[in-house]
Design a protein around this ligand. Structure first.
Ligand code: SAH
Length: 449
């Protein structure tokens, strides 16, 4: 395992050694994360009864125009402006639980990662931290606490937070968490739909789309975001590749079913690689476009992106699944009332960044957090906590994040960095080249692909 880079070790000692505040968890400990169980686990019998708003809308559409792609179905179910799951319900804590909600250490170590990269890349005098899909805002809140503990380091740096969130419900929860609810809607700055100031005095802006976020030197963060973006599904048949579509079941009223496209679709032409060996493939083009956008921005303006999610390296097949009340839920039942998700294909993301930025990872969550010094932080919090219930809670949440059978092995970290951050020009090309580059915190072996 790679030792912590020097700068990172010093940061840890300053930020994490001093601060012993423990964020009290009011709930959740026994609840389930959206672990990478793959499709096909025990599925909760969905409440039938009245068709949900999304289902009614889909039934009308399917009757009028025929089957839709799984991507279109997923987009309607999750982000339909009036009835979508994220638009109305929110999900985090209610139907599934994520790492930042489990332990404050998670966000703190990510905060250290950004400061460490900001230092390694020359301490620019301004940066924006852009979080995609911030959920309840907990992760940003924990990162901001680290920034405030390292205020002396950042004193000459102009920091702003840019949140990309489609859900009005969740953006209100984020505003409450980060600003105490003191926000201004539709500020003069037209591209942002909301603006506020964090409890630590940092400006925060909300956007609906990454393209609305101003260009400039930025650090990007996507935690359990890409798994919520719509996927296309494909099945190999004797007649060649066919796309999986969603249609009305003719046997049961108001019920949906999967069907195969009778012939190839534009998506089968565009997304299946000739060398593909699997029989079933999921592709998330929105994730691909997003990675291309981030890579272009990083290439042009500098910065880095850290992506953390459950996923695989182009090996898994059917991972589409639903969650409701912390249980697996039939993906075709009551759309809009359950979270829908699919594993992230990191090999696809790597291909999308190709040429523009270097990529690191995917590396398992337990390795990344260990490399970032999670053991040290746990010890500090344990020493500073007086009661045994708190200590037990700390150990329990540490186990949840790190245990290979829980979140340790199936969640991964993946980064986009400018080429110059991971490869120094050879001595021959640049005779002035001195010491080796500081390693990127958190990642073991550096791989430039
Ligand atoms: N990152 C948080 C929440 C993950 S849930 C955590 O780890 O706890 C997914 C988040 O992405 C939610 O905030 C959801 O509203 C948001 N989201 C989903 N699809 C989106 C889209 N297309 N554009 C912007 N935000 C989206």
């Amino acid at each position: 395992m790679m030792p912590l880079p020097q700068a990172c070790r010093a940061l840890l000692a300053t930020a994490l050694g001093l601060a012993g505040r423990y964020r009290l968890l009011c709930h959740h400990a026994p609840l389930a994360a959206r672990l990478c169980s793959g499709a096909g686990g025990k599925v909760e019998a969905a409440g039938s009864g009245e068709a949900s708003g999304v289902l009614r809308h889909l039934l009308l559409k399917l009757r009028a125009t025929g089957p839709v792609t799984v991507a279109e179905y997923m987009r309607e179910a999750l982000t339909n402006p009036g009835q979508g799951y994220y638009t109305r319900r929110g999900g985090v804590g209610e139907d599934f639980i994520t790492s930042p909600e489990i332990s404050q250490i998670f966000g703190e170590l990510i905060g250290i990662w950004y400061i460490s990269e900001w230092m390694a890349m020359g301490k620019q005098n301004a940066f924006q931290l852009v979080e995609l899909g911030p959920g309840t805002g907990t992760l940003t809140d924990d990162i901001l606490r680290v920034f405030s503990q390292l205020a002396s380091l950042l004193s000459k740096c102009d920091v702003s937070i840019r949140l990309v969130e489609v859900s009005p419900k969740l953006s209100a929860i984020q505003a409450e968490m980060l600003t105490g609810g003191k926000v201004q809607s539709n500020p003069e700055n037209k591209s942002a739909y909301m603006k506020g100031i964090s409890k630590t005095g940092i400006p925060i802006y909300w956007y609906r789309d990454i393209q609305d976020v101003p260009q400039g030197y930025s650090f990007y963060l996507a935690h359990e975001f890409l798994d919520a973006l719509p996927i296309h599904k494909f099945q190999r048949t004797e007649k060649g590749w066919r796309e999986v579509l969603v249609d009305i079941d003719p046997e049961v009223p108001d019920q949906l079913r999967f069907v195969l496209s009778p012939s190839r679709t534009p998506a089968t032409e565009n997304f299946i690689q000739p060398e593909e060996t699997r029989d079933h493939v999921e592709v998330c083009p929105e994730a691909g476009v997003l990675i291309q956008r981030l890579a272009c921005r990083i290439e042009k303006d500098g910065g880095a992106a850290l992506i953390a999610d459950y996923g695989h390296d182009g090996t898994k097949t059917d991972t589409f699944r639903g969650f409701r009340n912390h249980k697996l839920h039939d993906v075709l039942k009551a759309p809009g009332t359950a979270d829908l998700t699919a594993d992230v294909d990191f090999s696809y993301l790597r291909k999308m960044a190709e040429g523009r930025t270097a990529t690191l990872g995917p590396i398992k969550q337990r390795e990344f957090l260990k490399n970032m010094g999670i053991d040290l932080r746990l010890q500090v919090l344990l020493q500073n906590s007086r009661d045994s219930a708190t200590r037990e809670q700390l150990l329990h949440s540490f186990d949840m994040l790190m245990n290979p059978k829980k979140m340790g092995d199936c969640f991964h970290f993946f980064a986009l960095l400018p080429h110059h951050r991971v490869v120094r020009p050879t001595k021959k090309d640049n005779p002035q080249s001195k010491s080796p580059l500081p390693p990127v915190a958190g990642f073991g072996e550096l791989s430039l692909k």
